[in-house]
Design a protein around this ligand. Structure first.
Ligand SMILES: Nc1ncnc2c1ncn2[C@@H]1O[C@H](COP(=O)(O)OP(=O)(O)O)[C@@H](O)[C@H]1O
Ligand SMILES: [Mg+2]
Length: 236
């Protein structure tokens, strides 16, 4: 479904991605793990059109997307849940959700209402707080909102950048359970996560990024038992 070939990204003199290859097949959860600064966020931003690549190509359902602006990539069906949530703090919960549907709201207003109802059922907390400013929500609630906002355009493909970051264990579980549930609903998911054990436990395959390159890749169950992965990424 998604194919990244030889992706290269530079920030000035610094090479953040040095030729990354990655595939995601329909229906998979694919995890990307790696230390801080490994290039995980840059990879997701290259896919969603938020940074320009200096080389390589990205295809979604066979079609090249790496020269498209970010809003066109959303229209193709890729939803992005950015690192640090990035909700609009001075807008209400509901306004944030409507903004997530901006590619659909003109043509399909009735459908957008249904999707909003679906997200309120998924996250009752958001319904309770729908008239509250997003900036007043807790971190876990903001993460729910960021996820629900991305789902408001009904994307078949979702990229999630460290959704567990800074959350209490209860919210970490809720968010990761939601990721598993979304796959059951037919979504394909690319998940960047610092919590490597959790990411490998819920994913089918994984990539280990190190200094802007793929260090290792394979089925997640194999990486969970790989000596080097255990030593470097899974803690003692
Ligand atoms: N906007 C930027 N300008 C310059 N360097 C950046 C920028 N964003 C990220 N970098 C650098 O690129 C590398 C990869 O960063 P990033 O993709 O955020 O890694 P990760 O998400 O794995 O922590 C790091 O060395 C980081 O300092
Ligand atoms: Mg990051």
């Amino acid at each position: 479904m998604l194919s990244v070939r030889n992706a290269q990204v530079r920030y000035g003199m610094a090479e953040a991605l040095r030729g990354v290859d990655l595939e995601v097949n329909e229906g998979e959860i694919v995890a990307v793990i790696g230390r801080n600064g490994a290039g995980k966020t840059t990879l997701l931003k290259a896919i969603t059109g938020l940074v320009k690549m200096s080389g390589g190509e990205i295809r979604f359902k066979g079609e090249r997307i790496d020269r498209l602006p970010a809003h066109e990539i959303v229209k193709k069906g890729i939803g992005h849940v950015p690192q640090g949530r990035q909700v609009f703090g001075d807008q209400t919960v509901e306004e944030n959700l409507i903004l997530g549907a901006y590619t659909k709201i003109k043509q399909q207003p009735e459908q957008v209402k249904k999707w909003m109802e679906r997200e309120y059922q998924r996250f009752p907390r958001l319904r309770e707080r729908r008239h509250q400013q997003a900036g007043t929500l807790s971190g876990g609630e903001q993460q729910m909102l960021a996820l629900a906002r991305a789902l408001m355009a009904d994307p078949p493909f979702l990229v999630l950048d460290e959704p567990s970051m800074g959350l209490s264990p209860i919210y970490v579980k809720l968010i990761l359970d939601t990721v598993v549930q979304l796959r059951k609903e037919g979504k394909t998911i690319l998940l960047v996560e610092q919590l490597a054990t959790a990411a490998l436990s819920i994913s089918d395959r994984a990539y280990v990024l190190s200094s802007g390159a793929v260090e290792l890749t394979g089925p997640s169950t194999e990486l969970l038992h790989d000596e080097k992965v255990i030593r470097t990424y899974l803690g003692a």
